[in-house]
Write a protein that binds this ligand. Sequence first.
Ligand code: NOJ
Ligand code: CA
Length: 671
Amino acid sequence: MNRLITIISLFLGVIMISCNSPRRSKISSPDQDVKVKLSLENGAPYYQIYYKNKMVVGKSRLGLQFKNLSGLDEEMIAVSCDTVMHREVWNPVWGQASKIKNNYNEVAWTLRNDARQEMKIYFRVFDEGVAFRYVIPQTNMVDSILVSNELTQFNIKGNPDSWSIPADYDSYEKLYRHKRLSQIKDANTPITMKREDGIYLSIHEANLTNYAGMTVVNDGGNNLLEANLVPWPDGVKVRLKDSLVSPWRTIQIASHAGDLITSGMILNLNEPSKIKNTDWIQPIKYVGVWWGMHIGTEVWVEGDRHGATTENSKRYIDFAKKHGFNGFLPEGWNKGWDKWGQQGAFDQVTPARDFDLEEVTRYAKENGVGFIGHHETGGDIITYEKNLEAAMKLLHDHGAVGVKTGYAGGIYPRGQHHHGQYMVNHYRRVVKMAAKYNLMVDAHEPIKATGISRTWPNMMTREGVRGQEWNAWSTGNPPSHYATLPFTRMLGGPIDYTPGIFDILIKNTKDQRKRWNCDDISMTRAHTTLAKQLANYVVLFSPWQMVADLPENMEGNPALAFVEDVPTTWDETLVPVANIGEEVVVVRRSGENWFVGGLTNEKARDCSFSLNFLEGSKKYQVTIYRDSKETNYETSPEKIAIETKEVTTHDVLNIHMTNGGGFALKIVPIN
Ligand code: NOJ
Ligand code: CA
């Protein structure tokens, strides 16, 4: 992996013939397919978007309202309009591709109110969509800026199909709705749409920094989506000192759903890495004391059924070493789990009585397995912020490679929301503090992914999804969930879904399970076949991937070879089959090797795709992990067929996927 970010080419040119006039202007993408029109009416700013000459976003309002600053929403005058052309290719520290194209045309639109206060609205038009942001340069008019409302609208033309989760100020762990847009009242982003003419749109945000998270509302169901920012307890949306730089509001546009996935637009809208030496940032496959607690065979709390004991940790480290997995996470290593929910319960620095931090970290190091710390907060930010530096330092001093953080529960201070500005800033402080101690971060119950891993490449992965854990103690995640995530949640960035459940029906441990959560655990299972669990390693991108099941459930299973072999970061990504909520095939290259993941929803299907991505001059060996004739989603989802054969670029593979099934391929050149 290229660990240094190098800008291969950077061309910044000012187009002399800029906007037509400051009051009205047009700007196009480099390939001319995407066009944005800006206009000022009665001093209020508006935009419209066209794709291949079709209006995809109709006239939509722009602007902000403030508690303590007036006249920046209407009756403004346009002062200037300047354009910039940007052409760049950059190399991320890790990613879905080793080169990312960042080509756009930008317009900076400067508006001014009566009191000569300026607001700039920047538009960037890419071949893959449009982004815009608000900037209020230094103001001397008030002591602090209090945003009361963001006026941004997305006036979606027609009544497209849409995939989204409901708006929620505290959780993204929801099932996706596939509905006509007019039936959606509100949504968290990304919200993805397919128009009747086959054009795809996805609304999200990029570079969510020192601002509140954005949800969208569709009041009245007329598809005039409006931004609704997550508030502070007093109703203010965003509080700033003396200037404002909003996140980018993004509208990805594509003719093929797969192009939404391969677009670098969200990352591009973030700043280059602030970490100079990134040698310590690495892809990870990690095992952990984790699934046992979720299925109810072990507990987080120290005592009789405690999972994270020194002995059990060593067992996991041995398993990791044997199979070449380079990370180990012991959840429940520390004190506080018996006081969950109380303020001050967790201190993130005191090990449980039966967990010897010195010994476990020594053992991990001796065996070449990276130690991953766990900072559960239970939502108690007041305590975590007090402990933050000591807790990161403790991990660093014990040679840890990273930390998983957790925020399940209501936030202390009460009244704050997981997705409001207070928490956005907290999550960022944690990433920066981790960087100071050379630690990578995997955040659970996080703020949404908006591409900040370009700037902070130690922000490896996050949950913010209804992940595997839900299969352990609830009705779980239906098969269609996996065919929807790549086109929705994953557009923001990596997902720590925690794949790799081999005992699909959770039957091996039936006798040891104790109910600890809402649903009837005897009904719980992973809603996939084993082949689809493998497919998830390729389909659901994450530079850290968990190998989630208990070692005893995986040991000796020949399918484990795929998990051993599959990389977690990539040089190239292609999406030959992209049918949102139905089926998806993702093809990824690492060096000369190719890995493919394919999966289906509740329907069995035959999946056919060409291997034309392979080099013409070479022969390859493909190892296929697929649903077999004996695989039955209900009774024997763990059955898998594994076969190898020789292939070339001229081959087309036809693979049967059973209902809830999938396949995974490893393709290596034959020398
Ligand atoms: C929820 C997280 O998503 C899960 O991974 C973790 O095990 C529990 N909280 C406990 O921290
Ligand atoms: Ca969670």
